[in-house]
Design a protein. Structure first.
Length: 441
């Protein structure tokens, strides 16, 4: 896959000798039909190259580049296909090289944070940087170098092209490991590989009435933490779990727990039935002696803001409301995998617009992480988008208890906006009104 395309090295036509504005008519050739034809003709590993080449040709661009978001949330990764030779500073797999570009407060980071297209003048060219985003999930960044300043209409069309590119990546990464390989800055253990497969495909979701983001900082030996969510027509299902132990056994216990929850949810089971299914999955199938998992399950009625919650021996959530952080009192239940046929008790939380609910595991609270004042931090970070808050808090845990964590640290943040069905205002895959403000360099 070539994610950095230039006319000269692709055997395409040369740029005009005189700089001139790029017009809207020139950009109009980049349409959905062109994209779909290019994607279907290309192999999954070449799909991004096909799309970026089409964009570049229609714009007479100097070059076009796609950078995928690194798993750490603090860098972009350029994947380059090099049939011969080496690219300095990159990780190699076969003929592909992954080059990590850490965030430094510059325009790449600012475009993603603010979810806004930025145009930068660099002497003889204008570089347009457009976030590649879908429902608030930051997939990467599209960069296009133009010979002259683009019009506002062209910038808008580049933004739409970046949004289209998000769907191209989502569709094609199902068929290849290339994207995920590029995002991994360090090798995974077997336990980490199992744990990764238990997490949802996207860590962020924006909808009419809510914004959700989650994050996991794994321990060196993997502590069995997971999070999950699923959006129905008028309901949001969510969970956060923590399997006992470490390593592969913990990952297998987590697999049984999460699979039990998902299976019951996909059968249309109630919250109580989902909890019971996870309990029975561990009791009936777990290979180790007395394995169990704690967890917190929620089902949010999107039309009312009422969140039904089952707490299975798990740390209680935090609620940020009107600038104050409070612990949410919930009835205690046994962990999953301890007793058969004993019913779980549920409670209800009535969410109000502008509430921020935080679910977390004990890795965010114990040992070195206990030194972090989460209540104060949440208040300080209240203006940031949840996808950035979870990463900031993850970094704080690494600083306080790391750099190698003794236990997984996991959290899920839910912002409740209300107005189910009619409030989402989007621009190319994200609601700019919910985005964070650009950080000063």
């Amino acid at each position: 896959m070539i994610s950095h395309w230039a006319p000269g090295n692709a055997g395409q036509k040369n740029l005009p000798s005189m700089l001139r504005p790029v017009t809207e008519n020139e950009m109009s050739g980049v349409d959905l039909n062109d994209v779909l034809r290019a994607v279907e003709k290309a192999a999954p590993v070449d799909a991004v190259e096909a799309v970026t080449r089409s964009i570049g040709l229609n714009l007479d661009a100097l070059w076009v580049s796609f950078l995928v978001a690194d798993m750490s949330g603090h860098a972009l990764v350029r994947l380059v296909h090099v049939p011969i030779g080496d690219v300095p500073g990159g990780r190699r797999q076969d003929e592909d090289v992954a080059m990590v570009l850490p965030f430094d407060g510059g325009p790449q980071e600012q475009a993603l944070r603010a979810q806004h297209v930025l145009v930068e003048y660099l002497g003889d060219r204008h570089v347009v940087r457009a976030p590649v985003t879908q429902r608030g999930e930051v997939i990467g960044l599209l960069e296009i170098a133009l010979p002259a300043a683009p019009t506002d209409a062209v910038v808008q069309r580049i933004s739409r092209a970046a949004h289209t590119l998000a769907f191209v990546v989502i569709a094609n990464r199902r068929h290849t490991d290339l994207f995920e390989w590029g995002q991994r800055t360090s090798p995974f253990s077997l336990a980490a590989e199992i744990q990764r497969r238990l997490l949802p495909p996207s860590f962020t979701c924006e909808a009419d009435s809510f914004t959700l983001a989650a994050w996991l900082e794994p321990a060196a030996s993997i502590g069995g933490d997971t999070f999950d969510y699923s959006l129905a027509r008028d309901l949001l299902h969510l969970s956060i779990t923590d399997a006992v132990g470490h390593g592969v056994h913990s990952a297998l216990t987590a697999t049984l727990c999460v699979s039990g929850l998902r299976n019951a949810r996909r059968r249309g089971g109630t919250l109580h039935e989902q909890a019971q299914a996870a309990d029975e999955a561990l009791i009936d199938n777990a290979p180790a002696v007395s394995p169990f998992a704690t967890g917190l399950l929620g089902r949010l009625d999107l039309s009312t803001g009422t969140l039904a919650v089952v707490n299975a021996g798990h740390p209680t959530p935090l609620l940020l409301r009107d600038g104050t952080t409070q612990t949410v009192a919930l009835p205690a239940n046994r962990p999953f995998g301890v007793l058969r046929h004993k019913p779980y008790r549920a409670a209800e939380i009535e969410l109000q617009p502008r509430d921020r609910l935080v679910l977390l595991t004990d890795g965010m609270l114990e040992r070195g992480a206990a030194a972090i004042d989460l209540s104060a931090r949440l208040q300080h970070l209240s203006a940031l988008h949840p996808r950035e808050v979870v990463r900031v808090l993850g970094n704080l845990v690494l600083e306080a208890a790391g750099p190698v964590l003794p236990d997984d640290a996991c959290l899920l943040i839910l912002d409740w906006h209300g107005g189910h069905g009619d409030t989402r205002r989007t621009a190319a895959g994200a609601d700019p009104h919910r985005a964070s403000k650009p950080r000063r360099r």
